[in-house]
Ligand binder design. Sequence first.
Ligand code: ADP
Length: 289
Amino acid sequence: MSDACKSCSSAGSCSPQDKAACGEKSEAEKELEKVLSRIKHKIVVLSGKGGVGKSTVAANIAMSLARAGKKVGLLDVDVHGPSIPRLLSLKGQHPNVDDNMIEPVAYAKNLWVMSTGFLLPSDDEAVVWRGPVKIGVIRQFIQNVAWGDLDFLVVDCPPGTGDEPLTVLQLLGEESKAVVVTTPHMLAVDDVRRSITFVGLVGATVLGIVENMSGFVCPDCGKTHEIFKSGAGEKLSLETGAPFLGRIPFDPELARAGDEGFNYLTVYPESETAKSVEKIIAPILALDA
Ligand code: ADP
């Protein structure tokens, strides 16, 4: 019983709405707080457009943090097009449920994964969920997953500024940090600018911008060539004040890793691409120094 209840004549017989009106937290809110208090840093990966490599970047940030010895959860809330199970070769996995808590799927040392894709009976299944249902599922994925003690939770959101990223940022709270992924093309700039404004509106912080598919790693010589004009990420960084975290080249082996579901960073730890990911996670790792 809270202090307010002690002096209230309706104490003991009031409804959840009355409790909320008095500022008392619901059981669900308390449960969410408990889970979040065990996760030190919440990183939300966003993009203005689809197909810019957001899921690839989210997965590689998570794998790179885990390789650096951090305990990491990777949560895919792309309800309509979950890519993480394919990128990590985890298709067909069905997490166990124990005592009302969902066990995340263990992927590698220090890395646990949860995805809406694990809930679908087959790849052909289309999700027809309205906003409130999606919001409920995302809440469950944070509150009712046995994440345990994590250094980082990395969340892969669908592109844009819809229900899913909004719900994630609101549930994780103002301490969550967003990484916004773009391509080098100026065409993507307006969408990214919108994503940055959106993060500010919900009271979270933009940790930085990643420019993906920036330059091409030649499979013959291993060197990176600029095939398109790059610089959209840096331009946006200057314009918005959001830090520029770095660029990841277009690397055919990274595309193959995504298609075949192998861990690129363990197969090519010395490549330019792996080094670019290491550079990008440096300021993220510094959050936990
Ligand atoms: P999004 O989440 O933005 O829709 P994905 O991460 O699913 O994008 O990536 C789309 C496609 O591009 C995938 O086939 C992925 O393997 C590929 N891809 C992403 N980033 C790179 C990269 N840097 N080099 C090569 N292929 C990439």
